[in-house]
Design a protein around this ligand. Structure first.
Ligand code: NI
Length: 240
């Protein structure tokens, strides 16, 4: 298991330096055509999608992300992984990060250790059977955890900084505007690949943030770039 992580970390490092050097080259071009003020502020962000995969919506989202050249992180429901193995395979092949969002979208904060373990282990097995065994970060549904979970869980838990509330059915323009207004360097953005206006919202967020000089990274890449080593049993969201 350790070997897997070392290999994955090496791959992530290579990918990240490629992405950043491309972004720097692009911003050099932008600088030379602007008023000469050098933009040195780092702008990194991670898009995350929960509650999938869904045969139609996740596929459309993957098409869009591919077209934009953006990598994201998908926190998936174990039961849906089993039903949509081909989509999960594609996600992995196209450079997205895969994480656990429990097997049946339960509130882990209300469960016993045995129940929590079953929810997480069943999801891991479902994902591993599709893409092979590897370390998987966990996003607890509703961001809910408890002391019992913190004490045993053998994964880092990833929450978010910007909640797009895309699941409420709000309009794409609103999702885009509110996200773009509140996002900061290093932020994790929460979206859902099953939401009604999520695809249009995500597309607009990507366009706007790229225009502002943001680079989209997976969770592993983002934490690596920020020099933060993910630890098991710890909950992460950035303090600004
Ligand atoms: Ni969820």
């Amino acid at each position: 298991m350790k070997g897997f992580y070392v290999m994955t970390a090496a791959l992530v490092m290579i990918l990240v330096s490629l992405i950043i050097s491309t972004a720097r080259n692009m911003s050099d071009v932008a600088d030379s055509s602007s008023d000469g003020v050098k933009e040195t502020e780092e702008r990194l962000v991670a898009l995350t999608f929960d509650d999938g995969p869904d045969p139609e919506k996740t596929t459309a989202l993957l098409d869009m992300l591919k077209e934009k050249g953006v990598s994201a992180t998908f926190f998936m429901i174990g039961a849906y992984v089993e039903e949509n193995a081909e989509i999960v395979k594609r996600m992995d092949a196209e450079g997205h990060q895969i994480g656990v969002h429990t097997y049946s979208h339960v509130d882990l904060g209300c469960l016993t250790e045995a129940e929590q373990r079953e929810e997480i282990e069943k999801t891991r097995q479902a994902i591993w059977s599709v893409v092979g065994e590897r370390e998987l970060v966990v996003r607890p549904p509703f961001g809910r955890i408890n002391k019992v979970l913190e004490d045993w869980i053998d994964s880092p838990m990833i929450l978010w900084d910007v909640d797009t509330l895309d699941w409420t059915g709000k309009a794409a323009e609103e999702i885009i505007m509110e996200t773009v207004e509140s996002v900061h360097d290093g932020d994790i953005i929460l979206m859902h690949d099953i939401s009604e206006n999520g695809l249009e919202g995500a597309e607009g967020i990507i366009d706007e943030l790229q225009r502002m000089g943001y680079t989209f990274l997976t969770i592993d890449q983002l934490f690596y770039c920020k020099g933060i080593e993910l630890e098991n049993g710890v909950t992460y969201r950035y303090a600004r």
